[in-house]
Write a protein that binds this ligand. Structure first.
Ligand code: HEM
Length: 466
């Protein structure tokens, strides 16, 4: 197998004995709650983050470092790592009693579920070792009410992430069929293909995605020394990451997307309860042919750009549709900005300034931190999520995370990889992907390999804003 020792990664993951947990990266830092910004204050900050729904012709929000596809890869990675179902807002959260329903590891449990023996309905009974897709092959398999049957329901929350999930399913199927054709069907072949897929995905996350998010230097430094490790027996999900830093992706979401030649749609409708149609990308329903994704519009040199990482959130995310949030959700909880701010408070996160001081990083001044479009939108200690977005805006040029945000994301990614006994970084740190080109494997390569496309890869070494 081109130097791929699939037997070496057969390490028990302990999936059945330890439920995932949340924890802290900086347990000793004082919570922002000490400064007591109540829900009204947070609502004001959240309201000031409304970035509108600029039309596609408006290029002022374009991120020239990250094509639109990386927003949804970011969401997909989030759904691989962390799921907190206790999001009843405005209530104190006991971290020790909160379960992470995803294992905090880059292992694609959102795709594989608990495997063919425990969740056989995710797998194709006619094609051993492969995951099941719709009869047409252009959608996920769905139940009688149109909901996707998958490892993590959130990957059906919008059409683009559900099509990305489908791409990963097809990637596994192709790897199983092609790369391991010389093995008999059965458990050994499935596990070999699964490890091969996981390692390619992990390599891509560490060597393409992380450098895009935090800059090449910061990513390389974290690979040498993450500056953070789990002292517990198992990895846990740091809330500084899940409830703040990694929610940076919410600011990258555009109000709408080009999906293919001459086709496009809004992400969500203006009316959260609007009837379904081909005008928006709400998920939890079969994908209409008009809304199928052509990946050339999301990855590679000619793809549409994502939105800048900054403190402006597209209005479509400030009025989340029914389905993403429950029908009975009050309006103030339909704003993802306010939800994130509230969640940080409920989780007792420290302020951005506190973390910056602790890490010895330059602290944002009061004016650069709190001024949006010439108006003062807050004061004093800032919610960690807001602080990280402002840092990205003023220090990262809106292209990528910087300072505190870059630290938390890079530390978490590398620490999770090092704690996973089955990851390539532990098993075979010198692992070189055999798919892709010149020892590199990017999202573009995944699309090309899986779908026989010929997208042109960007050179990660020459992206703007490093
Ligand atoms: C594409 C549109 C997206 C929508 C509609 C969306 C929606 C949501 C919602 C409703 C929540 C739960 C909020 C709460 O009640 O606390 C959430 C959580 C979260 N989102 Fe997103 N999101 C999107 C994209 C992204 C992206 C691009 C990223 C990262 C790159 C991301 C990262 C996260 C994280 C880390 C959480 C917390 C997960 C947990 O621990 O359960 N999201 N998102």
């Amino acid at each position: 197998m081109h130097g791929f020792d699939y037997a070496s990664a057969h390490v028990p993951r302990g999936r059945f004995n330890t439920p995932g947990r949340f924890g802290r990266m900086f347990p000793w830092l004082r919570s922002l709650k000490a400064f007591d910004p109540g829900p009204d204050e947070l609502g004001k900050v959240g309201g000031a983050m409304d970035g509108g729904n600029p039309p596609p012709t408006d290029t002022t929000h374009n991120n020239d470092r990250m094509k639109a596809g990386y927003t949804f890869l970011g969401q997909f990675v989030d759904h691989d790592l962390t799921l907190d179902t206790t999001s009843i807002l405005e209530r104190q959260v006991d971290l020790n009693a909160t379960t992470n329903f995803r294992t905090p590891a880059f292992e694609l449990d959102s795709v594989y579920g608990l495997g063919p023996a425990v969740q056989p309905y995710l797998y194709d009974q006619d094609r051993p070792g492969q995951l099941l897709v719709s009869a047409s092959g252009s959608d996920l398999q769905r139940n009688a009410q149109g909901r996707a049957i998958m490892g993590d329901p959130r990957n059906d929350e919008n059409t683009i992430v559900s099509q990305l999930h489908l791409l990963f399913v097809k990637f596994h199927n192709k790897v199983y069929e092609t790369e391991f054709a010389d093995m008999p069907h059965g458990k050994a072949r499935f596990e070999a293909a699964q490890t091969f897929v996981r390692w390619h995905y992990q390599w891509l996350v560490m060597n393409e995605f992380l450098p895009r998010l935090v800059g090449r230097q910061r990513a390389a430094a974290a690979m040498d020394d993450p500056g953070f490790e789990f002292e517990t027996e198992h990895a846990y999900m740091p809330v500084e990451f899940s409830a703040a830093a990694y929610r940076f992706g919410h600011s990258q979401v555009r109000p709408g997307y080009a999906l293919g030649q001459g086709r496009g749609a809004a992400l969500f409708p203006g009316d959260p309860d609007a009837p379904f149609g081909a005008l928006d990308l709400r998920g939890f329903r079969p994908v209409l042919p008009e809304l199928e994704v052509d990946w050339a519009f999301f990855f590679g040199t000619t793809a549409q750009p994502g939105k800048k990482v900054d403190t402006l959130i597209s209005t479509v995310l400030l009025q989340l549709p029914t389905g993403v949030v429950p029908k009975e959700e009050p309006n103030r909880h339909r704003s993802l900005a306010t939800r994130n701010l509230q969640r940080g408070l409920d989780m007792n996160l420290p302020s951005g300034q506190t973390v910056a001081c602790h890490l010895g990083l330059p602290v944002l001044g009061e004016t650069e931190l709190w001024t949006t479009n010439g108006a003062t939108v807050g004061r004093g200690p800032a919610p960690l999520w807001f602080y990280i977005l402002r840092e990205a805006e003023v220090r990262g040029g809106g292209r990528r995370l910087d300072g505190v945000g870059a630290e938390i994301v890079a530390r978490t990614f590398v620490a999770l990889m090092l704690k996973d006994k089955a990851s390539y970084l532990v098993q075979e740190p010198g692992f070189v992907p055999t798919l892709g080109t010149g020892g590199r494997f990017t999202m573009t390569d995944m699309v090309n390999y899986t779908l026989g496309a010929s997208l042109v890869s960007e050179d990660v070494a020459t992206l703007p804003g490093d």
